[in-house]
Design a protein around this ligand. Structure first.
Ligand code: NAP
Length: 292
């Protein structure tokens, strides 16, 4: 078997197209232009790149974006004032606070301040709580998990009853992904650093999602033949021969897994583009549902 390489870039482009077309039609009909505010605190180079890419995509699709960049020593009070202002701004439908935050700022407290109807990242505790409740529907599903589900469904639209293993239990990827797969009726196992016989657990998976941040952790013999493998990892591995001095790798041993899996996402070009596409979709959806 040779795995299908799931083209996240192409699937994301399709979503961009849909979002841009809908925005064009809606604005022509007099509805407001969707607006996204990004808030970046500090100078983490990776966060700067993520925010820049989000803003660029907004521009491309016709979403109005406003970027706030604050120094690393910003206080919680300043941030609170900014979020309160954005919560009340009628031209802003989505608020994204780029994580991680500097140490002195309590992440949970900041996320709690965001109006849940503008929480296009889906991390506000009300949305996060609704994701975990069986009969509730969150206003927004976190972008990376939503993108992961789309990628899986591009190969296998119906995942009910499938055995899913998610490695990683972070609040932004692993845990909400596990919850989302469970809501879609997969049977889900969540693994982490304390999991015993990790390889053995992974070998049970029809769907294996890896969100760890450890280059090539998952080996070929951890993968069940015919499994769908979603590699969320983005690891910068030093490489003097590369232009940037590093190469980007995933959390799986991609080349070795290709002959075994049914489908796998590459890094880069798999989950990454989907995260931005789902953010654009959530921002449009915020404008449709909650414009005042
Ligand atoms: P994180 O907050 O550091 O969480 C990592 C998780 O992996 C933790 O739950 C940890 O377990 C678990 N883990 C770490 N080493 C492990 C090991 N050897 N065996 C089993 N479990 C292990 O990271 P994150 O924010 O979820 O991100 C994970 C990766 O995804 C990173 O490479 C990140 O860059 C990438 N990412 C990509 C996107 C995208 O759009 N493509 C978006 C977000 C993140 P414990 O809970 O026990 O510590």
């Amino acid at each position: 078997m040779t795995a299908l390489i799931i083209d996240g870039k192409k699937i994301a482009e399709g979503i961009h197209q849909e979002v841009a077309d809908t925005i064009r039609k809606r604005t022509a009909a007099g509805y407001p232009v969707p607006g996204l505010a990004t808030v970046l605190i500090g100078e983490d180079p990776a966060s700067q790149i993520y925010v820049r890419n989000k803003i660029r995509t907004c521009e491309k699709l016709g979403i109005h974006s406003v970027a706030y960049t604050l120094p690393a020593d910003t206080t919680l009070k300043t941030l609170e004032e900014l979020i309160n202002f954005l919560n009340a701004a009628p031209d802003i439908h989505g608020i994204l606070v780029q994580l991680p935050l500097p140490e002195q700022i309590d992440e949970y407290r900041v996320l709690s301040l965001i109006n849940p109807q503008k929480d296009v990242d889906g991390f506000q505790p009300i949305n996060a709580g609704m994701l975990s409740r069986k009969n509730s529907t969150p206003w927004f599903i976190p972008c990376t998990p939503a993108g992961i589900l789309k990628l899986i469904q591009s190969v296998e639209p119906e995942i009910a009853g499938m055995e899913a293993v998610v490695i990683g239990r972070s609040s932004i990827v692993g845990m909400p992904t596990a919850q989302l797969l469970c809501r879609n009726n997969a049977t889900v196992t969540i693994c982490h650093t304390q999991t015993r016989q990790l390889a053995e657990v992974c070998r049970r998976a029809d769907l294996l999602v890896v969100a760890v941040g450890h280059s090539k952790l998952v080996k070929a013999d951890w993968v069940k033949p015919g499994a769908i493998v979603i590699d969320v990892g983005q690891n910068r591995v030093e490489d003097a021969s590369a232009d940037k001095g590093y190469v980007l790798t995933g959390d799986t041993d991609f080349d070795a897994i290709v002959p075994i899996a049914r489908a796998i996402t590459p890094v880069p070009g798999g989950v990454g583009p989907m995260t931005i596409a789902m953010l654009m979709r959530n921002t449009l959806s915020a404008a449709i549902k909650f414009s005042v």
